[in-house]
Design a protein around this ligand. Structure first.
Ligand code: ADP
Ligand code: MG
Length: 683
C-alpha cells in the first residue's frame, strides 16, 4: 500500500528546503502533491525548423550545438550565448545570468530547445530556452503542464517533483469509484486519470482525465451532503412544536390571501416544525414573493408552542422594516417583538437582553448584533435568517447554538437553478415560492446606451412631476469602498447641479453609519427625497411603494442576479414601474444579458440564463459564503457532469443510504472522509 499521507519532503527531489516552499502552496503530503492540478498545458511536442519559426512565437526546435557557450559580462549581469543550427538555418540560443550552462553543451550534439523566438535582422535567436539532450523529454518534446502558482519554485522544478510523485504512486493508487460506475459512465481509472491530468500524451487526453476527477469530486460531495441530510440529520433530536396551534389561525390576520405557493410552502414548514427533528430548510423565493409572511407564520407557531424566535436580517434598514411589519400583525395577538441592532442605546440594549432572558420578548429581530455572546434566550426554538448569502455558515451555526437544536429557516431571494441548489445547499431541504402575489405589474425594463441619456432624464422628470420617486444605482466600483464613495458623491453632485437642480436628491453608501443610512431611507420613504442615488447598499426587500423608477448605471458590470435584485426595489406599489439599464459596450454577451433582463421578470429564468451566459460569475460573487470549495470541478463548466452525478447520487442513496452494499464499499470510505472534512457545519 502506498502512503498518500507521506510528508512531501521525503519525495524524491524535495528535501526540507523545497518542502517549505511546497508547504506555501498548501502541499504537505504526497496526496496534496499529486492533486496539485495544472491550470494549463503547453504543447512542446511538435518541432519546427529554424526556417519555419516566426518572430515572437514560442517554439520547439531540434538543433545541433556548433560552438561552446560564450559568456559576456555587463556590470553585475552576464549573458550566455550558444551557436546552434539545423538543416535550414543557423542561429543562437541566449540566456542571462546562467553561468552554470557553460558546461552543459557539447559541440556537435543534438538538443531540443523550447523558448521564445526572436527573428529580427535576419538572425534567429531563441531566448532563455529550456532544453534537453535529444531523446530526453524532461522539459521538451512533450505536452508540459503549467501549474497555477509555483511560489519560489520554478515550473521546471515543480514539474519534476510532481513527476516523481506520480512515478511513486502510478499503478498503485487504490480505485475510489466502484467498477459499475466506471463502466456505466466510461471513466478512466484513478491511476490513469491522475497521471494523464499532469502528463497527457496528446493535448486532448487531459479532458478525459479531468472528467473522471471532476466526476469523482462532485459525486463524493453530493453523496456526503445527501447522507448528512437523509441519514445523519434524522438522528438529531429537535423540537416538536405544538400541533394544537396551527399556522392557519394566524393567516387570517393578513390583509391578503396567501398565494398557492405560499400555502404549499407553509405546509412543508409546519410539517417540519411539528416533527421531533431539527428543521433545516431553505426557502427560496423571488423578490416580492412574500417570504416575510412565511417567516411570521413560522414565528407564530414557535411562540404559540412556548418558544422564542429570532429573525436575522443583513442590514439595520431591513431589520427595522421587518419589525414594523411584524408589529402590525403581532401587536393584536399579544406577541412581543423587539429590535436589536447596533445603533440602539446601551440602556435600551441592556433592557432588551434582560427581557430576552426572562422570556418576556417572544420574537427578536435584528442584525449581526443578535450573534453577540451576551445575547441569551430563555428558550430559543426558531431561527430565521433573511437573505442568507450575507450570512456565513459559521454565523448560522453560532445563532443556532443559542438554543437547543432550534429549527432553522434560511430565506434567500437569490433564485438558484435546482441543480446548483442541490450541491450548494444539499444538506438543507428546499422550499420554493415560484409565484408572485396577484396583480403585480411587470416592471418595464429598458436597456439603453449613452445616446439616450437625455430622453431618460426627461422620462424621470415626468415621473417625478407626477409625484413618483426614483432610485439611481451607481456603477459598480471594484477597488473598494473609498472609490465607491467617490463615485456616489460625484454622481449625486452631477445630478443635483446639472440634471435635476429642481428636485431633492440624496445619496447613500456603505461607509455611512447605520443610523445615517436609516435616516436617509426614512426620509425617502416619507417622500422628503425625490431621487435616491446609491451604491448597492439599499438592500433587496426595502419597501418604498411610491418609488417606481430604478436606473442602473453601467449595468453591463453587474451580474444578472444582481440586476434582478436591484430591480426588485421598485414595483412594490400600485404604479407602473420601470427599470432602466444604462450600458456600454456592444459585445454580443452584453447585449444578450441586457435582453434577458428586458424579456423576463422571473428570477429563476434569469438565474438559468446567468449560468448559460455566465459573464461575471456574479452568481458566486453574491453567494460566496458557505460554498464548498472544489479542487478541480467548476460548477459552471461542469454542469453536464453535475447533472449526471446528481442522478447517480440519488439512485445510490435510495438503494443504499448507508453505502453498505459490497459494490458501494469504495464510496463509503471516501464519503466519510468528505463528511469529516466538511464538518457538519461547513455548508
Ligand atoms: P420578499 O419575498 O421579497 O421578502 P415580502 O415578504 O416583502 O417579499 O412581500 C412583498 C409584498 O407583498 C409585501 O408588501 C407583502 O405584504 C405583500 N404580500 C405578501 N404576500 C402576499 C399575498 N399573498 N398577496 C398579496 N400581497 C402579498
Ligand atoms: Mg424579504
Amino acid at each position: 500500500m502506498i502512503d498518500l499521507k507521506k510528508e512531501v519532503q521525503f519525495i524524491k527531489g524535495v528535501g526540507p528546503n523545497r518542502a517549505k516552499l511546497l508547504n506555501k502552496l498548501k502541499i504537505f503530503t504526497l496526496q496534496d502533491l499529486i492533486t496539485y492540478y495544472p491550470r494549463d498545458y503547453e504543447d512542446r511536442s511538435k518541432p519546427k525548423t529554424l526556417f519555419e519559426c516566426a518572430d515572437g512565437e514560442e517554439a520547439l526546435i531540434e538543433v545541433v550545438a556548433t560552438s561552446r557557450v560564450v559568456e559576456t559580462r555587463f556590470g553585475k549581469k552576464t549573458m550566455q550565448k550558444l551557436m546552434i543550427g539545423d538543416e535550414t538555418a543557423n542561429g543562437e540560443a541566449v540566456w542571462f545570468n546562467q553561468s552554470y550552462l557553460k558546461s552543459k553543451f557539447s559541440i556537435g550534439k543534438k538538443y531540443r530547445m523550447f523558448g521564445k523566438i526572436d527573428k529580427k535582422y535576419r538572425k534567429v535567436q531563441i531566448m532563455s530556452p529550456v532544453f534537453d539532450e535529444y531523446g530526453h523529454t524532461q522539459n521538451t518534446g512533450r505536452i508540459i503542464p503549467i501549474y497555477p502558482l509555483t511560489y519560489s519554485l520554478s515550473q521546471n522544478v515543480l514539474r519534476k517533483i510532481i513527476e516523481n510523485g506520480i512515478d511513486e504512486i502510478y499503478g498503485s493508487l487504490a480505485e475510489t469509484l466502484p467498477e459499475y460506475v466506471l463502466k456505466k459512465y466510461n471513466l478512466l481509472s484513478i491511476n490513469q486519470a491522475t497521471k494523464t491530468i499532469h502528463f497527457p500524451a496528446e493535448l486532448q487526453d487531459f479532458k478525459r482525465a479531468r472528467e473522471r476527477l471532476v466526476f469523482e469530486e462532485l459525486l463524493m460531495t453530493q453523496l456526503a451532503l445527501l447522507k448528512l441530510k437523509y441519514y445523519d440529520m434524522e438522528k438529531i433530536k429537535g423540537i416538536a412544536f405544538s400541533k394544537e396551534h396551527k399556522i392557519k389561525e394566524m393567516v387570517r390576520e393578513f390583509p391578503f390571501t396567501l398565494t398557492n405557493a405560499q400555502a404549499r410552502v407553509l405546509e412543508e414548514i409546519e410539517k417540519d416544525m411539528e416533527a421531533p427533528k431539527m428543521m433545516n430548510r431553505l426557502l427560496q423565493g423571488d423578490v416580492g414573493s412574500g417570504k416575510t409572511a412565511i417567516a411570521m407564520c413560522a414565528a407564530y407557531k414557535a411562540v404559540k408552542s412556548g418558544y422564542q424566535a429570532v429573525i436575522m436580517a443583513p442590514t439595520a434598514i431591513l431589520a427595522t422594516q421587518h419589525l414594523e411589519n411584524f408589529e402590525k400583525i403581532f401587536s393584536n395577538l399579544g406577541i412581543k417583538c423587539e429590535l436589536l441592532i447596533s445603533g440602539i442605546t446601551k440602556k435600551k440594549k441592556e433592557e432588551i437582553l434582560q427581557r430576552l432572558q426572562n422570556g418576556d420578548i417572544d420574537i427578536l429581530i435584528g442584525t449581526h448584533a443578535v450573534l453577540e455572546d451576551n445575547v441569551e434566550f430563555k428558550n430559543l426554538g426558531l431561527v430565521v435568517t433573511d437573505e442568507q448569502h450575507r450570512f456565513g455558515v459559521r454565523q448560522r451555526n453560532k445563532i443556532t447554538k443559542k438554543g437547543m437544536n432550534p429549527d432553522v429557516l434560511v430565506m434567500s431571494a437569490t433564485p438558484i437553478p435546482r441543480t446548483l441548489a442541490l450541491i450548494l445547499y444539499g444538506d438543507l431541504d428546499i422550499s420554493i415560492i415560484d409565484e408572485l402575489p396577484p396583480n403585480r405589474k411587470k416592471i418595464e425594463t429598458f436597456a439603453v446606451t449613452k445616446r439616450m441619456q437625455e430622453r431618460i432624464d426627461n422620462f424621470i422628470k415626468k415621473q417625478i412631476q407626477e409625484g413618483r420617486q426614483a432610485y439611481i444605482v451607481c456603477p459598480l466600483v471594484e477597488e473598494g469602498e473609498d472609490n465607491n464613495l467617490k463615485s456616489v458623491v460625484e454622481l449625486a453632485e452631477k445630478y443635483q447641479k446639472e440634471i435635476f437642480p429642481e428636485y431633492r436628491i440624496a445619496y447613500l453608501h456603505g461607509k455611512m453609519k447605520p443610523k445615517e443610512k436609516d435616516e436617509i431611507m426614512a426620509r425617502f420613504k416619507n417622500h422628503e427625497i425625490d431621487i435616491l442615488i446609491s451604491t448597492t447598499v439599499i438592500e433587496v426587500g426595502v419597501d418604498v411603494p411610491n418609488s417606481n423608477i430604478m436606473v442602473i448605471e453601467d449595468a453591463q458590470r453587474f451580474g444578472l442576479a444582481a440586476l434582478h435584485q436591484l430591480r426588485g426595489r421598485v414595483g412594490r406599489g400600485e404604479y407602473q414601474s420601470y427599470c432602466i439599464l444604462k450600458y456600454e459596450g456592444n459585445g454580443e454577451t452584453i447585449r444578450k444579458r441586457m435582453k434577458v433582463m428586458c424579456d423576463t421578470n422571473d428570477g429563476f429564468v434569469i438565474s438559468e440564463k446567468d449560468l448559460e451566459l455566465r459573464g461575471s460569475g456574479d452568481f458566486f460573487g453574491t453567494m460566496q459564503h458557505g460554498l464548498p470549495e472544489f479542487k478541480i470541478a467548476n460548477l459552471f463548466e461542469d454542469m453536464p457532469i453535475l447533472k449526471k452525478v446528481q442522478g447517480l447520487a440519488s439512485e445510490i442513496m435510495n438503494k443504499d443510504p448507508e453505502l453498505k452494499l459490497p459494490e458501494n464499499k469504495l464510496l463509503q470510505a471516501v464519503v466519510n472522509q468528505k463528511l469529516e472534512s466538511l464538518g457538519t457545519g461547513t455548508l
